[in-house]
Design a protein around this ligand. Sequence first.
Ligand code: GLP
Length: 254
Amino acid sequence: MKIVLCGTPEGVGRRAADLVQERMARGPMTLGLATGSSPRSTYEELERRHREEGLSFVGVTAFTLDEYVGLPRDHEQSYHSTIRRELTDRVGLPLHQLHTPRGDAADPHEEAARYDREIREAGGVDLQLLGIGANGHIGFNEPTSSLSSRTRVKVLTPATRRDNSRFFRDEEVPRTCITQGLGTIGEAKTAVLVAQGRSKAAAVRAMVEGPVSAMCPASALQFHRRALILLDDDAAAELSMLDYFREEQRLATR
Ligand code: GLP
């Protein structure tokens, strides 16, 4: 794991956008997209670069991490609608190059297996953007998720449903989802996890400094060969090795 201390949420967004842009400059690529509030500063920065600097998404194929079971694609809170609204429509990524699991599939289990195959058949994900839940989940891999799991149907924890209820007005937050598994996510060539804010500090500490444990699914990234963890000051606040990470960053950037 490489810890990248970025100071502010905007700093996190700029650094993550740099990594995406650098990979895009090397040719056609498969980009893994996360939803939720964590990648917003990244998406805002990518949109700004698209608008002001002509950054083109023409060669990008995108796969999202997860979707709520039961929501049709055009539901305002489906992750399909969310990612279109927050990134892909804004940067001109053609709709046929955006892949998301179908939450309204007749058989969600079959749909999950199909989606896993689709990612593999596309040659795998080159760069996967990730957020982290306050309980240490990535995608919707809740605590106790198998560390080698594939894309499948998962039941959401009450804590996650509570965290995400802010996005749903009068409606109930769905109880199940389709999510890429930890094994699937682990196959991405580069993983870039962004975390901001004090509410993520404990989860970040468990992911980086805790044991690899299904109780903190993000800790599976300790096995990843190229996982970059981009943090603002608040998200980094509970790291006991913070001085070491600062030193590492200072020496590596010279
Ligand atoms: C969500 C998503 C994850 C996200 C995480 C954190 O529910 N399934 O992809 O990274 O939980 O959410 P947020 O970024 O809004 O804090």
